[in-house]
Design a protein around this ligand. Structure first.
Ligand SMILES: [Zn+2]
Length: 275
């Protein structure tokens, strides 16, 4: 889990922000954490000597909690008195391949396991270790919705197009402007209303506000596959849902800002009744 809600102050923290508040804050408030989605009791775990990054988790999540699905099993836990010697650089890898495989150890699939269960010491000067975790679009979307700290974080995120900072990659709809035309981003936000257009070859338009606001256009050719994943037949029902779409911002001849969705893996929707 990338974010956790502190029940004392209501803030949804990233690990980075939580640790940034200092040791005494961490030791006091780590007992007052909850999953932002299901409210399950959550914990904070320090970075381990084996180089596994610090994390949040919850035990247990509610049965259908999607943030629980992203939580991998971790090999070993920290014993008392173990020291954290390095800060690994953790990158998020965006998993566009929805549901195509099981996650075994999403934290670091290539990690060598020490049979003695003790981590190797990493000496300073040998370079910072890199670890990585896979995240689906649906999980990223929830992180964005629940946590301003995640939205503004410096966390690295890797895409086929290159590597970005979370705070630079994701753009919420109200911040989308013509200056971004041609740029590839993760655009996200609430859907104000939706419509099928034009008649005869109908694409699904997910609008984000007024006439000048950006829209997400789901290509007519995707219609069947899209409806299989999101079985909604009345466009009205999209109002109030959240969407995350990876793509290039475009400007139509009629000066309409839009992002075209031609591949199902580019988009994730959180329908109103799933929140
Ligand atoms: Zn949960």
């Amino acid at each position: 889990m990338d974010v956790a809600r502190c029940t004392a102050d209501g803030i949804v923290y990233t690990v980075e922000l939580f640790e940034g508040r200092g040791d005494s804050f961490v030791s006091q408030y780590r007992r007052l954490l909850a999953c932002p989605e299901c409210g399950g009791p959550a914990f904070y775990r320090r970075e381990s000597t084996k180089g596994q990054a610090a994390c949040f988790g919850a035990r247990p999540h509610a049965l259908k909690c999607s943030l629980g699905a992203a939580e991998g099993r971790r090999a070993g836990t920290m014993g008392p008195g173990e020291q954290e010697s390095i800060q690994p650089i953790e990158r998020i890898l965006v998993d566009f391949n929805y549901g195509a495989h099981e996650e075994v150890n999403p934290d670091d699939p290539g990690q060598v396991v020490d049979p003695n269960g003790r981590g190797r010491r990493f000496t300073p000067g040998t370079g910072r270790r890199q670890s990585q975790k896979h995240r689906r679009l649906s999980t990223l979307l929830k992180n964005l919705i629940y946590s301003p700290a995640f939205r503004n974080s410096e966390q690295l995120i890797a895409l086929p197009k290159g590597e970005y900072r979370v705070k630079e990659l994701f753009v919420e709809f109200p911040s989308v402007s013509e200056t971004m035309v041609g740029s590839y981003r993760g655009f996200w936000g609430m859907v104000s209303d939706a419509a099928m257009y034009p008649k005869g070859n109908e694409s699904l338009w997910l609008n984000s506000g007024g006439r000048d606001a950006v829209s997400v256009v789901v290509d007519a050719d995707l219609g069947e596959a899209f409806q299989k994943r999101y079985p909604i037949f009345d466009p009205e029902k999209f109002a109030g849902s959240y969407v995350l779409v990876f793509g290039e911002l475009r400007l139509s001849q009629k000066n309409k800002l839009y992002i075209a969705v031609k591949v199902l893996d580019q988009i994730s929707l959180l329908l109103d009744d799933q929140q």
